[in-house]
Design a protein around this ligand. Sequence first.
Ligand SMILES: Cc1ncc(COP(=O)(O)O)c(C=O)c1O
Length: 448
Amino acid sequence: MQQKKIQLPEDEMIRQWYNVLPDIPNGIAPPLDPETMQPMGPEKLAPIFPVGLLEQEMSDQRWIDIPTEVQEILRIWRPAPLVRAENLERALGTKAKIFFKNEGVSPSGSHKTNSAVAQAYYNQREGVKRLATETGAGQWGSALSFATSKFGLECMVYMVRVSFDQKPYRKVMMNTYGAAITPSPSDITATGRAVLARDPDTPGSLGIAISEALEDASSRDDTKYALGSVLNHVCLHQTIIGLEAKKQLAMIGETPDVIIGCCGGGSNFAGLATPFLPDKLEGKPIRFVGVEPASCPTMTKGVYGYDFCDVARRTPLLYMYTLGHNFTPPGIHAGGLRYHGMAPIISAMLREGLMEAVSLHQLECFEAGTLFARTEGIIPAPESCHAVRAAIIEATIDKNEPKTILFNLSGHGLLDLSSYEKFSAGELHDYDLPAEAIAAATRDLPKV
Ligand SMILES: Cc1ncc(COP(=O)(O)O)c(C=O)c1O
């Protein structure tokens, strides 16, 4: 019988993160100061991020030690299992082998906890008392709420309104961990009040919620800001996923032909794929496939250039694929994929031709998630359904090709059941984004 779950023994836990920055051909362009539009050093960011994270953001060290305090907490659920989706393979009638990393086993239900624990640790070490953050699907907010509870910090979460309404139990989860939460846009911040005055019925967006959390953090001395994706240090913390997967595949003598992850800001995909980049650069024929929603096609239809990470133009400008910081994506149910920009690391890999990007519609993704639930038993988060769908496409292009597919099941969907309910009632729709909408959103890109 083929081994179903490949478990890494606890004493083989990953003790160093892999920093891909030195290995990206031609590197990534520096962030720009939003006031001067000049390259920006870490000192300008020190009021909002702890030094420990800023060092990682700009580090040229390939390997960075995971602090023992962080390892201790990650050990609650890590190493995460690598699972062979043999029931799905059988249902598809494919000769491809499909493996997935199950990040849904974390306390809050997704990969986001990997970075949340590290971020809470570095903030607490530097005397920060409170963190402000945004959350799209609620997964990042839940993860940070859990992590701050472990380190005795307060946590304030601005949750994108459409997800706040779709996923009421995320709020309960965050409150249970001790965090405070408000729908975004809110009337707590000037940014939120301005958006509400313009558009009282807005579904909100991650770009708006980031602005609110940043405003909160910069208006208080005891508070710093935490971001759940996009930035280099977040992608770094997620490499524990790919590093574990590499060891687990080696245990059964497998190497992946295709590596797949869904992309919101890019962190879970970066975490799974980048530890395999050195192998690819050495000539191993590994394909990386990032999957985004057709309604928020940052990589497939966006512009590559400098842009802000938020609506209020408070953040540094990052060089990335973007749909424009003013872009408000349709209210699809994969809230964590509704982001206008893509991590500079992923953007650079795409530019260098080191990865492929595909965009998929939400109905085909929920269909894939439903098949996955009926075969493998796990109900995937709507975001993760994009990776499931792409894995199914890879496995069935030629069902006789015996390739090895590795994808990231970035989270479970047990708090997303209202989306599944709407899907099975036929109430979900696909959104095709007209070219004019993209052109209009990217028109406001800053001139650099
Ligand atoms: C389950 C899940 N997967 C994926 C994502 C997308 O984020 P990222 O691209 O940073 O991994 C999110 C974001 O909220 C998420 O909750």
